[in-house]
Structures are given as C-alpha cells and as structure tokens.
Design a protein around this ligand. Structure first.
Ligand code: NAD
Ligand code: TDX
Length: 327
C-alpha cells in the first residue's frame, strides 16, 4: 500500500493488522505528513516500511510486481498547502498515480484508488441533494483538481488497458494520527496549548464527518467485494457545520463554547460536502460503526491529549504557517 505513514493510511494499517492475517508493505515518502511513529506499535513481522516516492517508476514496479493488491492512499492532502504551493500536488497526486497505474498494468495487479468527495465541488447549504457516484466532477482547489485528475486516470486505465481497479471517494475523516494542520486536530491541540481555536470565515461551512476506522472498513469491503471499474462513495451521514464542531471540542475539553476566534477565510472555500453512500451500503453491505460523532470526537480528543509527543514537533511550524496566511 502507499501512504501508510499518513493519517488514514496508518489507521488502515492498524485496521488490517487487527482484522486480517495479511502482510502489509507500506511505500511512503515520509513527507512532512508521514510519521514512522504512527506505525511503531505494530508487529515487525506484519508490516514493513519502504521509504520512497510513488513517482519513482523503478521502485513502484518492483514493489507492485510482488503485491497481491495495491491500496493507494499516498497524496498531498491539504487544501491550504495546495493554495500556497500547488506543484507537489501535481507531482504526487497526478504523476504518482500515473506511475502506480503503469506498474499495475504491467503486472496485472489489483488496485484500489483512495479519493475524496471534494472532486464533486460543493453544495449549497439548503440543497436537498447529496453527492452520488453519478454527480459530475467540479473540483475547486489545486488539491481537489489533482485528485479529480487522478480518478480520471484510473478510469481511463481501466477502460483502455483493462487495469483491475476500483475507486472510492470518501468524506472528511477524523480520528487518531491526523496531522495537526487539519481542522479537528488543530483545534484540539490549540486548546491543549492554551491557544484559542481558529474558525475560517463565518464557520457555516459544512463537512460530512466519518471516523477513519469506518473508512478503513469500507476500503477493505470494496477490495473484497467491489466490482472492477466501479466507484463507491463512502460517508457516514455526519454533516456538521464547522462552528458546531469547534463549540463541541471546546465543551468536551471543559472550555466556554465561545472561546474561539474567527480568522481569514480560505480562498475558494467549499461551502458544503454531503455523501449519499447508498450504493456501498446496499450493494456491499457496509455500514459505519461510529454512528455517534460526539463519542468518536471525545475519543479523538483523549488520544491527542495522551499522545502529545506524537504531534508536538509539528505544532509550532503549522501555527507559524497559518499566522503568515492570516488563518
Ligand atoms: P496525509 O497527508 O495524512 O498522508 C499522506 C501520506 O502520503 C503521508 O504519509 C505522506 O508521507 C505520503 N506521501 C505524500 N507524497 C508521497 C509521495 N510522492 N510518495 C510516497 N508517499 C507520499 O493524508 P490523509 O489525510 O491520510 O489522506 C490519505 C488519502 O485519503 C489521500 O489520497 C486523500 O486524498 C484521501 N482522502 C482524505 C480524506 C481526509 O479527510 N483526510 C478524505 C477523503 C479522502
Ligand atoms: O483552522 C482551521 N479552521 C477552519 O475553520 C482549519 C485548518 C480548517 N477550517 C475549516 C476549513 C474546512 O471548512 O474546517 C474545514 C475542514 O478543513 P480541513 O481539515 O483543512 O479539511 P478539508 O479542506 O475539508 O479537506 C479534508 O477533507 C477532504 C482533507 O484535508 C482532504 O484531504 C480530504 O480530501
């Protein structure tokens, strides 16, 4: 698999080790977003880490030649970084995915490509519609446009070259091992450090939250039972506006609910994401285990409070970056 030292990838490795007998080979460049420590507690006879770039064709060819299944999580994943410097997003998300597709094509290897609901653009707050597998692509940011491009490459390689691939587009994940640049960990670690949480713009923007463990279970389900060439949307009916999430974090951490600041909005900020995951639920029988956001969030807060050593090294640099951007 690729990207196994990142947030969702490392949660997936933990999930696979807990629930299967499979051996996992993680290919990860260990960018600022990758962390060896996220895999440190796992048994060495079940997981090996190969440090390298998914755009390295020789490396990918060798690894994919030996793999039964490739699960592709690696990406540049943060919208704010893509607005600051888009180039790594093109290199990793587009050329990296192309490199993996070519290796999977040469060796006839089964591939699952992990993507995002952001490829569909955004919805109005009062729109009764949610994203489905037939919603037209309409990405907004450099990040989401490179993910959209990667999805299109996978579809083309399935149709043109018979690559044995599936795609999933998931909503916003939360849980342990998420980088402190992202919304929920940033606010939790702000409260731990005595910094006021920072809400972009008015905070009415809506995200559809899913626990990373439910995402992992969905990906395994698609690998086991998904139909080749198909796309599956993954979501847990978890729509919340950002303001409510900040208020809930503050309340769960024993602070006044209004002890946060409004800061500069994100350029091009998508208003609302919402996933209709009927296809995954009805065709493949998946459903989320974490159906209560508050309980999952409380457990996530506890994890960050207990694992300060995991995140403290990255915190100051992230806050300096945001301060320069007015966030
Ligand atoms: P992340 O930024 O936490 O982790 C990305 C990982 O990929 C890191 O370990 C990094 O070192 C690695 N990586 C980056 N560039 C690489 C390269 N060129 N070669 C090899 N490894 C490289 O990201 P995440 O939030 O865990 O997201 C994982 C995947 O899930 C991405 O494809 C993302 O688009 C998708 N996704 C994320 C979310 C979310 O809410 N975070 C939601 C839906 C889909
Ligand atoms: O400090 C903040 N304050 C704030 O209000 C930060 C960092 C974010 N926000 C807002 C912006 C978004 O509306 O919170 C929301 C979530 O922001 P991010 O955590 O940056 O996530 P988002 O941009 O929604 O994208 C995430 O979900 C889809 C992942 O980072 C992507 O990789 C995934 O594809």
């Amino acid at each position: 698999m690729t990207g196994g030292a990142g947030f969702i990838g490392s949660n997936f490795v933990h999930h696979v080790v807990r629930h299967t007998d499979d051996h996992v080979v993680v290919a990860d460049k260990l960018t600022y977003a990758g962390n060896r420590a996220s895999l440190a507690s796992l048994p060495e006879d079940r997981v090996s880490l190969v440090v390298g770039d998914i755009a390295d064709a020789a490396l990918m060819d060798g690894l994919i030649a030996d793999a039964d299944v490739v699960v592709h999580f690696a990406a540049e994943s943060h919208n704010d970084n893509s607005l600051d410097n888009p180039r790594p997003f093109l290199d990793t998300n587009i050329i990296g995915t192309y490199t993996i597709l070519e290796a999977a094509r040469r060796h006839g290897t089964r591939l699952h490509h992990v993507s995002t609901d952001e490829v569909y653009g955004d919805l109005e707050l009062d729109d009764p519609a949610r994203f489905t597998e037939s919603t037209a692509y309409n990405p907004s940011s450099p990040y989401s446009s490179t993910k959209a491009a990667s999805d299109m490459l996978v579809r083309a390689w399935v149709r043109s070259f018979g690559v044995q691939a599936t795609i999933s587009n998931c909503s916003n994940n939360y849980g342990p091992y998420q980088h402190v640049e992202k919304f929920i960990p940033r606010q939790i670690t702000n409260v731990v450090r005595g910094i006021r949480p920072k809400l972009y713009g008015s905070g009415t923007n809506v995200r559809d939250w899913i626990h990373a463990d439910d995402h992992s279970r969905a990906v395994l389900t698609i690998i086991e039972r998904g139909r080749i060439g198909e796309t599956y949307l993954i979501g847990a009916d978890g729509e919340k506006d950002n303001k409510s999430v900040v208020e809930l974090i503050l309340t769960l951490m024993g602070q006044p609910a209004d002890a946060y600041d409004h800061v500069a909005d994100r350029s091009g900020h998508d208003l609302r994401y919402a996933i209709d995951s009927t296809k995954l639920r009805t065709e493949l029988g998946w459903s989320p285990v974490y159906d209560d956001f508050e309980t999952g969030l409380a457990a996530t807060i506890e994890w960050y409070v207990e694992n300060e050593a995991w995140w403290s090294g990255a915190k100051d640099g992230v806050e300096e970056f945001y301060a320069r951007k007015g966030h």
